[in-house]
Each structure stands twice: as structure tokens, then as C-alpha cells.
Design a protein around this ligand. Structure first.
Ligand SMILES: *C/C=C(C)/C=C/C=C(C)/C=C/C1=C(C)CCCC1(C)C
Length: 265
């Protein structure tokens, strides 16, 4: 493999890991501890660790796959790295105040969801030329979805109209990847391994992502006990992140490895 890239990856991964570990150290030394019945706090903790491990994995595996796949794997690592840092802060907010960390959650999503959308564009770009319109439509759908959700959760507008705006943004993304240009490019030009990765990623965006609006709906719109519904909301968002950030990256890694191997022989 390209020596420059290899040494660059090696140089970057270690400092990146250190940066990730700093907030964990700071928080570990604060006086607040995780209580043995705080299952939401535990889920924040577990997922932070899973995100760090995934980040190391995705970055290191860039050394194993063919050149055109390295960017996709790097982006997967960036998604889990950005999320890991946010999880440290979110856990802190939850454990110390018992409040839902809405601001950190949405800043995390604002960075990581567009990066996940970029992945669709990248895996198709690894095999063919893809018009920029595909990329912009995915980004616009993402912004409408997240801004809608934030306006509702931060109480800048009614939770129901905000929910509807968010759902429209998500519907726009689903349209692009199931019926729009992205899906046509995939069906007509991608090799089998990319097609199957694309289809799996699409299912994740449908069913994995559905957990978030369900969590929102149950948390804000069913009128149940506020304390219990905020626990449910955070657990739903946390579990959804495992699927949509880590499993999503693993699917891309699988396609990258099998494509790389198939060109070796
Ligand atoms: C890594 C984080 C991810 C993949 C977050 C995804 C978030 C969503 C799919 C949120 C969707 C929402 C709606 C579809 C309706 C309005 C409320 C939201 C923002 C929770």
C-alpha cells in the first residue's frame, strides 16, 4: 500500500485516540458516579466505549482496503469518533442532572447524520461518477429533518408540527435512496457487493432510523409520565445510534473488504 498514506493514518490514529480519552478521564475524576440503578446512564457509558473501539477499528482497517475505499472507512471512523465525544458529554448531563441532553444530541446529529449521508455518495463514487445533486438532496433532507426535530424538542415550536417537518425531511431522503437518482445509479452501475451494501444501508436508514421518530413520538406525544418517557426517549436514541453508526460502518467495511479481495485475484 501507499507508504505516505499508511504513515499518515498511523500518525493520525494515535493522537485521535488520545483526544478521545481525555474527556473520559476528566469525567471519571469528577465526583458524580454512575448509580447501579441508572440504566440510561449505563447505556450512555456502554455506547461511548463501543464508539471508541469502533473508531480505532475503522481507522486501522483503512490500511487493509483498496485506495478508493479508504475515504468511506475514514468517514465511518469520523462518525463514531464525533459521536463518542458527544456521548461523554451527554452521559455527564444525564448522570449529574437527570435531564435529557438535547443540545449535545442535536449537535452530534448535525455533524454525524450528514456524514452518514455522504457515505451513500462515497460508496457509489467509488465505482462510478455520481452527480453532485444526489449529495445535495441528501444533505437538504437531513437538515430539514434535524431542524424540525430540534425546534420541537427544544420547545421553539409545538412538538407535533415540528414532528411533521422532521418526518417530511426523512421522507425526502427515503425517496432519493429508494426511487431517486442514487438508487438508479446503484441498480444500473454498481457491482454486486456494492449493490448489496447499498441495499443494506438503505434498510438501516428505513428501519434503524425509524427508532428515532418512534422515540420522539412516545417521548413527547403520548402524554405519558414525563420522567419515564424521557428515560424511554434516551434509551431509544442510544440503542438506535449503535445500529445506525456502528453497524452502518461495519456494512461499509464488509463491502470494502470484499471488493478489495475480489480485485486481488
Ligand atoms: C447517528 C445519528 C442518527 C443516524 C440520527 C438520526 C436521526 C433521525 C433519523 C431523526 C429523525 C426524526 C424524525 C424523522 C422526525 C422528527 C424527530 C426526529 C428528529 C427524531
Amino acid at each position: 500500500m501507499n507508504m505516505n498514506l499508511k504513515s499518515l493514518v498511523t500518525k493520525i490514529s494515535l493522537p485521535a485516540m488520545m483526544v478521545l480519552l481525555v474527556p473520559s478521564q476528566v469525567h471519571a475524576s469528577s465526583s458524580v458516579v454512575l448509580k447501579s440503578n441508572d440504566f440510561v446512564g449505563m447505556s450512555f457509558w456502554l455506547i461511548s466505549m463501543a464508539l471508541i473501539a469502533s473508531t480505532a477499528f475503522f481507522f486501522l482497517e483503512t490500511q487493509r482496503v483498496a485506495g478508493k475505499w479508504k475515504t468511506s472507512l475514514t468517514v465511518s471512523g469520523l462518525v463514531t469518533m464525533v459521536a463518542a465525544v458527544h456521548y461523554f458529554y451527554m452521559r455527564e448531563v444525564w448522570v449529574t442532572t437527570g435531564e435529557t441532553p438535547t443540545v449535545y444530541r442535536y449537535i452530534d446529529w448535525l455533524i454525524t447524520v450528514p456524514l452518514l449521508m455522504v457515505e451513500f455518495y462515497l460508496i457509489l463514487s467509488a465505482i462510478t461518477k455520481v452527480p453532485a445533486g444526489v449529495f445535495w438532496r441528501l444533505i437538504i433532507g437531513t437538515l430539514v429533518m434535524l431542524i424540525g426535530g430540534y425546534l420541537g424538542e427544544a420547545h421553539y415550536m409545538g412538538v407535533m408540527p415540528a414532528f411533521i417537518i422532521g418526518m417530511l425531511g426523512w421522507a425526502f431522503i427515503l425517496f432519493e435512496i429508494f426511487l431517486g437518482e442514487a438508487s438508479r445509479i446503484n441498480a444500473s452501475q454498481a457491482p454486486p457487493s456494492v449493490q448489496s451494501a447499498f441495499k443494506l444501508m438503505r434498510l438501516i436508514v428505513t428501519f434503524g432510523w425509524a427508532i428515532y421518530p418512534i422515540g420522539y413520538y412516545v417521548g413527547y406525544l403520548t402524554g405519558s409520565n414525563p420522567e419515564e418517557s424521557m428515560k424511554g426517549l434516551n434509551i431509544a436514541y442510544n440503542l438506535a445510534d449503535v445500529l445506525n453508526k456502528i453497524a452502518f460502518g461495519v456494512i461499509i467495511w464488509t463491502a470494502a473488504v470484499s471488493e478489495t479481495e475480489s480485485h486481488k485475484h
